[in-house]
Design a protein. Sequence first.
Length: 220
Amino acid sequence: MVDVYDSHEQSERVKGWLRENGGAIVMGLVLAFGGLFGFKQVQLWQDSKAQQASAEYEIMIELLSEERLDDAVDNFEVLRTEFPNSAYTTLAALYMARARVNSDQVDLAISLLEKALPDAEPAPLKVIIHERLARLHLDQGDLAAALSSINNAGSETGFESRFEELRGDIFRAEGDDAMALAAYERALELSDSGVGYRPLLEMKITELAGNLDSPAGAES
């Protein structure tokens, strides 16, 4: 009888607890399943947005490959306005900037990259934009802006050698061959063997070392 009584008592306690808390349980289940459903909907929405961004990006790249820059601008504007935080938009900005440079529209390329920078995702693409901006500013003779682009990159991970080479180019443009040589040598040390720009770095180092060893270099 004790076992039966205990089972009956436990059953009554469970029933009482359910009467008191059943509403909360039901509401919790509703919220849980609603949240799960909502999460699935968000996922579907995000997948759909990613597909749309991918489609606009692919069309833009195809148009650029056909040298239809004016037509590609429309697709880029869709990406920029409707998908500002998409990696496709950042990649599109890099390609569009290159197309502007190839069309001798360097100022437009710089403006485009500067506008893309705040929303650039993921982080490594933001570093690439800083590097591209530094090179464009350097080509334009704006050495202060070039150096600022490097210093404000926040990270140089994966680009340590390229950034040192850029510093060397800036020092060289300023006429400081000794600082330029030191930067090029650091860039060479940081570069991986077999990378395509090592021979160019070695040429820069050889040329500057020769200049500094020559009597004219010593006098300067």
